[in-house]
Ligand binder design. Structure first.
Ligand code: FAD
Length: 379
């Protein structure tokens, strides 16, 4: 076994760490408060090659491995999970699927600008009546010969208003159930495509979450990804990689809160000594450190399996399940260690606690991850 990072991986981690401190940290509280999308910061992340990290340079990407992706996601998420979710969605749910399953023409037209960070993408599976049960797609894509006529509503779409390219799952042949679902590339501005108001969220408030409405949108046949009826498989395959990104996001939220708690414990005095001298606080920090390290190893293992072309379905779900639960526990304890100061915005930990919650919900809830893991256990 090899527990060391390469020089390149360490450099990428350092670049992400520096970016998080210099570009994301200033203004993160204000963006959270006002639900402001980190547009400038995302543009710069694109220029650094972080929006198409694993895409081959042939298609405008950085050609990095999934281990580097985990390192970058952890560092960015320590400071701003609203920015890191954009990185995760663009890399895992949009670029990955287009590179793996898209046609050459789709790659040239859509993947190249996405991988270069010139535009960002969105992945549109969830609907008002189809969340965990993603097979119940009500959005329809009727085959009209040389185009599909799309009608329906998508819910909770990350980058909903900021994206230019949308990958939309829709039902073409209901008699075939999920084998009748297609994945279609749609563009902002297509006639009949409207964007609902921004959701007012508990956490990742800087991210741009909207519902999308489609009324008789004409999507050319050449915008279908893969064969007829491949859409559900496409969605499940991209979500598998997405879980590594969200697991690393949860890891970053946990380690960000932990680092703040360690620093605060060394500074805050009570009863004539620092609170870090109190065994009650030391034990909390020890538990946090141990759980975070375990979460990190699960994330890295899933990424390593992906990099080596091995199955990472179960490993990705384990990483997401565990890291998201560690993120919740760690952030709650980080607030506790900060006492009253943890309850106000200036100290960052309350935001991290609110941000942690979403990692147990999106890209498959913790319950859904347990279903995936137990399937592997029992097969
Ligand atoms: C901020 C945010 C951003 C999001 N971004 C996107 C996006 O970009 N694209 C996209 O497509 N979706 C996105 N989602 C949607 C997200 O993936 C869904 O919310 C999630 O999959 C859960 O679906 P649901 O909300 O319909 O909950 P439900 O599926 O209704 O689940 C409700 C509860 O029932 C449990 N449950 C459901 N089925 C089972 C089962 N079989 N066994 C045990 N428990 C079960 C769930 O775990 C949960 O606790 C986002 C959501 C949010 C909140």
């Amino acid at each position: 076994m090899q527990f060391e990072f390469t020089e390149e991986q360490l450099m990428i981690r350092q670049a992400a760490r520096d970016f998080a401190q210099t570009e994301l940290k200033p203004g993160v509280i204000e963006r959270d408060e006002h639900q402001k999308f980190p547009a400038e910061q995302i543009k710069k992340l694109g220029e650094l090659g972080f929006l198409g990290m694993m895409v081959s340079p042939q298609y405008g990407g950085s050609g990095m491995d999934a281990i580097s992706y985990v390192l970058v996601m952890e560092e960015l998420s320590k400071v701003d999970a609203s920015a890191s979710v954009v990185v995760s969605v663009n890399n895992s749910l949009v670029c990955y699927g287009l590179e793996k399953y898209g046609s050459e023409a789709q790659k040239q037209k859509y993947l190249v600008p996405l991988a270069k960070g010139e535009v960002i993408g969105a992945f549109c599976l969830s609907e008002p009546e189809a969340g965990s049960d993603a097979t119940s797609q009500r959005t329809t894509a009727i085959d009209m010969g040389d185009y599909y006529l799309v009608n329906g509503t998508k819910n909770w779409i990350t980058n909903g208003n900021s994206a230019s390219t949308y990958i939309v799952m829709a039902q073409t042949d209901a008699s075939k159930k999920h084998h009748g679902i297609n994945a279609l590339i749609m563009e902002k501005g297509m006639e009949g495509f409207t964007i609902g108001p921004k959701e007012n969220k508990m956490g990742i408030r800087g991210s741009d979450t909207h519902s999308l409405m489609f009324t008789d949108v004409k999507v050319p046949k050449e915008n279908r990804i893969g064969d007829e009826g491949f859409g559900f498989k496409f969605a499940m395959s991209t979500l598998e990689g997405g879980r590594i990104g969200i697991a690393a996001q949860a890891l970053g939220i946990a380690s960000g809160a932990y680092e703040l708690a360690v620093q605060y414990a060394k500074e805050r005095k009570a009863f004539g000594k620092t609170i870090a001298d109190l065994q009650a606080i030391q034990f909390k920090l020890a538990d946090m450190a141990t759980e975070i390290e375990a979460a990190r190893l699960l994330c890295l293992k899933a990424a390593w399996l992906k990099d080596h072309g091995k199955s990472y379905t179960q490993a990705g779900s384990m990483a997401k399940l565990f890291a998201s639960e560690v993120a919740m526990r760690t952030t709650v304890e980080a607030v506790q260690i900060h006492g009253g100061y943890g309850f106000v915005k200036e100290y960052h930990v309350e935001r991290l606690m609110r941000d942690a919650k979403i990692t147990q919900i999106y890209e498959g809830t913790s319950e859904i991850q347990r279903i995936v893991i137990s399937r592997g256990v029992l097969k």
